[in-house]
Design a protein around this ligand. Structure first.
Ligand SMILES: *Cc1c(COP(=O)(O)O)cnc(C)c1O
Length: 379
């Protein structure tokens, strides 16, 4: 057995090597490294895939969030409701733009924004809500959209972890993650479900006027070159990355299926174990398992990780410190928040290897090893 990886990009590349190599060679040959035809072609293909009017590519998923908040016209001091239980980028851009992050709880089963906590946190200064489709599961968009519409507050979906997943509304209609709110954002960081071979990101919207502003903010505030209408930034997806993404977008559904199959294997192996809680799958969400994150009871998590590592099995804690407790937010009042559910989850979560290339042999080794370790430690 080869070494087990959290994310195995090498084996994935080997399967699509001829297409990837040809796509990269074509860009180099054309020398259209920035803004070449591959970028536009990828944006149009992703629009079709997601069934959204506009895809605006940018340099990475953090920029995508920042540009979204800038394009919405948020002003210093405006409040933005976000989960604390997320990757720091979601919250960092809020602070960077001198907006005020308002941390709220997640649902302990889904790890996504808890609508009741959102409701309670709304004030006249709330100018955006950022649901995160964490670990590949959709946030409860039906309820969040209701709240947002009631108060006329834009929803910015952080979809860095759940591209390829979709939400089913009570009437049976479906929408791709990232296309339900006012604007959606994603990252094409290599390990994401749709990852390139460097950095990349994008924003999605069905609003024509907002699409234009997103495009302008990402391009030095210009619509026409050298005529700068607003203060923006420079955030571009380069052509080589777009060419890689075109090849991988064609594989995305199959990649999601492979992740879901690995999750099914884990689920059934751990189903009967009293100390291992497998990820809950919300009925409205087509979960695409960016992470396979379980909760452990009554065992020393660090020791579990150490013993797994001794057997060559990597594991991760996403994320070891919740956003509101980060030093970054000390001066901004973040550390004063009391978020019991977030803290509780934070102590218990453990993510196992998940990617598109896991074999049954590897899954069998991981599951039997973890069960053995937990049993030993629980005595
Ligand atoms: C990865 C990620 C981002 C940031 O993406 P980058 O491309 O690394 O800037 C933002 N939010 C979430 C939830 C992420 O997982």
């Amino acid at each position: 057995m080869e070494a087990i990886q959290m994310v195995d990009l090498k084996r994935q590349y080997q399967k699509i090597k001829p297409q990837i190599d040809a796509a990269i060679a074509e860009v180099i040959d054309s020398t259209a490294f920035i803004g070449g035809p591959a970028v536009k072609a990828f944006a149009r293909e992703l629009e079709q895939y997601l069934d959204v009017k506009h895809v605006i590519p940018c340099a990475n998923g953090t920029d995508a969030l920042q540009i979204a908040l800038m394009a919405l016209g948020l002003q210093p001091g405006d409040e933005v409701i976000t989960p604390s239980f997320t990757f720091i980028a979601t919250v960092e851009v809020v602070a960077l733009l001198q907006l005020k992050p308002v941390f709220v709880e997640v649902d302990p089963r889904t790890y996504t924004l808890d609508p009741e906590s959102v409701r309670k946190a709304i004030t006249p200064r709330t100018k955006a809500i950022i649901p995160v489709h964490l670990y590949g599961q959709s946030a409860p968009m039906h309820e969040l959209l209701e709240i947002a519409n009631e108060h006329n507050i834009p929803l910015v979906e952080d979809n860095a972890q759940a591209i390829g997943g979709y939400y089913t509304f009570p009437d049976g209609s479906r929408k791709a993650n990232g296309t339900m709110g006012t604007v959606g954002t994603t990252s094409f960081f290599p390990s994401k479900n749709l990852g390139c071979y460097g950095d990349g990101g994008a924003m999605f919207t069905n609003d024509d006027a907002l699409a234009e502003r997103l495009y302008m903010v990402a391009n030095h505030g210009q619509k026409v070159r050298y005529y700068h209408e607003l203060v923006g930034c420079n955030s571009r997806l380069d052509s080589i990355q777009a060419a890689v993404l075109r090849v991988k977008l064609a594989e995305l559904d199959q990649y999601c299926d492979a992740r879901r199959a690995a999750a099914d294997y884990y689920d059934s192996a751990f189903a009967a174990h009293p100390l291992i809680t497998t990820p809950y799958r919300a009925p409205y969400s087509h979960h695409v398992f960016h992470q396979y994150t379980l909760q452990l009871d009554k065992v020393d998590r660090n020791e579990v990780q150490k013993r797994l590592a001794d057997k060559g099995i990597p594991s991760m804690i996403y994320y070891p410190v919740p956003s509101h407790k980060q030093k970054m937010f000390e001066a901004l009042g973040g550390n004063d928040y009391v978020l019991e559910i977030t803290d509780y989850l934070n102590q218990r979560v453990l993510s196992l290897p998940i990617h598109t290339e896991l074999t049954d042999e590897e899954l069998n080794f991981i599951t039997t090893s973890l069960i053995e370790i937990v049993n030993e430690l629980a005595g």
